[in-house]
Design a protein. Structure first.
Length: 396
């Protein structure tokens, strides 16, 4: 029976799950829903996350839960509907479909399974890149979707040190950071881990016995070659243009206000196409576009950063500056739950339309203002409106 082979594979994967880092999203999801989607870019640990859920909630020997990957050629030939029916008939309760987007007609198949088996829970993972002309599918209306991001600095520290440090809201960090810092610094020394996190801590590759940068570059190429080209129906001959565009954005450094016309000339395409490529790169979580107040897509961004600092070190553009690294880190931790806009002055950002935060070195003099704060690097402690930038890594 084909099921037996899949159960054996599932048990092996659960038994050999290496990570001991429990992701914050695990406690955010309402697992009582019967159709749950986990979205996220490549490399952030979607498969490990799903295996962690299975390990925490099911005994592999009871065959109540089963993770199957759509990388398996079996499903390309047989589909998923009949397989799910067989699984349910043998007492299966939770079917986890990893890399669901790789299966042709996957949304239709999942909805057919959902309607046919009212006592079966379905959890699936998919990419962060939206499929062209597929935004109004019934699955998107029915499924409860959550987003898995890379490791936060807090999660990285917990994994490295075995601590269980918690999250803080932005309001708590801005107004109570001195008290928060005393609690954290009594347990760990964050600055001892911060540079390593910036270099290789966002993606779980560092937990595996392989070259981190090689794994990261492979993942970045797959984001473009598979996720963007396949889902956005971009012809293969334009692949080199998108890769060059990403490099040019990384190489811009602190001069990160994009000149779209110049970028179009550099990669040999139109201005409108560059704007489309920027949207695709952001969906793939390779860049973050930052706008000024009252501006938004499709207008030109006020600044573009790579999505996270690991990508900067992976591409290795010439002249990576500390300021650029820190602003990349800052925009990465803020964009999930807050509206972040470019301020009027260099290195200033407007958060949620009301709070100004300046990213700067500890040596910069701070002006006292009720709504202005300074996210300072090269310091472990803060005082007043000066907050160590690493603490913003505890937002999730």
């Amino acid at each position: 029976m084909a099921l037996d082979n899949f159960f054996q594979s599932h048990a092996y994967l659960v038994e050999h799950l290496r990570t001991n880092a429990r992701r914050a999203l695990m406690d955010t999801i309402d697992w009582s829903y019967r159709l749950i989607g986990i979205r996220g870019p490549r490399g952030v640990g979607r498969t490990s996350f799903l295996l962690q859920y299975a390990k925490e909630n099911f005994d592999p020997q009871l065959h109540q839960c089963l993770l199957v990957s759509m990388n398996n050629f079996y499903f390309q030939g047989r589909g998923l509907v009949d397989f799910a029916a067989e699984f349910a008939a043998h007492g299966g309760q939770t079917l986890i479909v990893d890399q669901a987007f790789k299966l042709p007609g996957w949304k239709d198949q999942l909805m057919e399974i959902y309607r046919s088996h009212p006592y079966l829970k379905i959890i699936y993972s998919t990419t962060s890149v939206n499929v062209v002309e597929d935004d109004s599918h019934e699955l998107d209306q029915v499924a409860h979707q959550y987003v898995l991001h890379g490791f936060s600095f807090r999660e990285y520290i917990n994994q490295q040190t075995g601590t269980t440090l918690g999250t803080y809201t932005l309001n708590e960090i801005l107004n109570d950071h001195e008290h928060i810092l005393r609690g954290i610094l009594s347990k760990v020394r964050p600055l001892e881990h911060f540079q390593n996190y910036l270099h290789h801590g966002y993606y779980p590759f560092y937990l595996e016995n392989r070259n981190f940068m090689e794994a990261l570059l492979k993942s970045m190429n797959s984001m473009i070659e598979v996720d963007i080209l396949f889902n956005k129906q971009v012809e293969l001959k334009y692949l080199a243009r998108i890769k060059k565009l990403l490099y040019l954005l990384a190489a811009a450094g602190e001069d990160n206000t994009p000149n779209v016309s110049h970028l179009a000339e550099e990669i040999g395409t139109s201005r409108a196409t560059v704007m489309n490529y920027l949207e695709y790169l952001e969906e793939a979580r390779l860049i973050n576009r930052i706008y000024r107040e009252n501006d938004q897509n499709p207008k030109k961004p006020a600044a573009i950063f790579l999505h996270d600092t690991n990508l900067l070190y992976g591409i290795q553009p010439p002249g990576i500056s500390v300021q650029n690294v820190m602003e990349t880190f800052f925009t990465n931790v803020l964009w999930r739950h807050h509206k972040i806009q470019k301020g009027r002055r260099h290195s200033f950002y407007k958060i949620d339309g009301v709070t100004d935060i300046c990213v700067c070195d500890r040596s910069r003099r701070s002006k006292e203002s009720a709504n202005t704060y300074y996210a300072k690097y090269n310091t472990e402690v803060g005082r007043g409106n000066d907050i160590p930038i690493w603490l913003f890594g505890f937002l999730y």
